[in-house]
Design a protein around this ligand. Sequence first.
Ligand SMILES: [Zn+2]
Length: 399
Amino acid sequence: MVAYRARILNFPSVNRVEDVDGYLIVKNGTIKGVSVDKPVNEDIVDFSEFVVLPGFVDTHIHLPQLDVRGKWSCDLLSWLNDYIFPEEMKHLDPNYSAKKAREFFELLVKNGTTTALVYGPPSEESTDAAMQVAKESGLRVFMGQTLMDTNVPDELKTGVSEAKNALKRGVEKWSRGMVQYAITLRFAISCSMDLMKLAANIARSVNAIIQTHISEQKSEIETVRRMYGMKYASVYEHAGVLYPRTVLAHGVHLDNEELLLIKSRGVKISHCPSSNFFLHSGVMDMGAMDRYGIDVALGSDVAAGPFISMLPVLRDVYYANFISPIRAFYHLTLGGAKVLGIENVTGTLTSGKSADFTVLKVESMEEMSAEEILSNLMFLGDDRNVVATYVRGKEVWHR
Ligand SMILES: [Zn+2]
């Protein structure tokens, strides 16, 4: 057993923080408890100058877009054509994907992220190579090949029968453990109805996560309506995509009827405020999500979001939605785990869960309340605050 001596903060529910100046006790990668008293006969790791938080959960990030952060464009569809598709084409080479995956996962751990839902490269082989690297990183990762077969350059397309074989192999090979397959559809504009139906069927048959984008920009919504003659959420409903393990990114312009449908299907939302600001997509209405009781987590959405660190994303969620630091950290930790369906495994530092945590330095922390520490991290924080990152009790990174 190991006991980590630190200021330990936990977010067991929205707007609630537990603040313990004490010990986080870990045995074989599992948390045994948080205690004010010094445990006897245990190895002590002294993090007394630091704050320990549950590991950060990023519920929306694109691995093949690592190198195209901060590329300005006038709107979403031009940005995809000008920067994203050319870069994703490079990922048809599995060696390139493996190399970029090493940089990608190293950056995640360096920034305190312990769990991520990731859009993978556009081919089966490259996705498999990137998932192998994910496994070596020690992180908790859900990822899959980014599927598309319409309105994208031919090189990036995967036909329905090819996708069927790739998905079947993917979900079988990556069905359990720290790295699992997530069925990944780019969005309704670049996926045919047949491709979406196939993906939905396979996901449902093995209870895998499905991820895609919805209602990010008005011009995109118009294109979807022209293509399918229905509302954005109805397109996914028609394809069978909406089910309790579905994570939809953005949802900036959903109307009441769509929100009701999303709630009734148990679908979750990944809110990506930094990305929404970057592409001037609009501001997602968190109040509406609350009214409908829809679970919301946070995503960096690299590369439309410029930051790998989730701390600037928290700053942006404040500017977008005016929520408290405590609530922001809830969405980043337990809220993220809930959206991924792994709230019994990670998301809080409580007995029986995996020891996934992030150790951070905040100047003059001793005199601060929990909320002041969180506020400092939220408005001033970035990778420089992160001292160490642990997943399943194993140090995956330290400064
Ligand atoms: Zn995205």
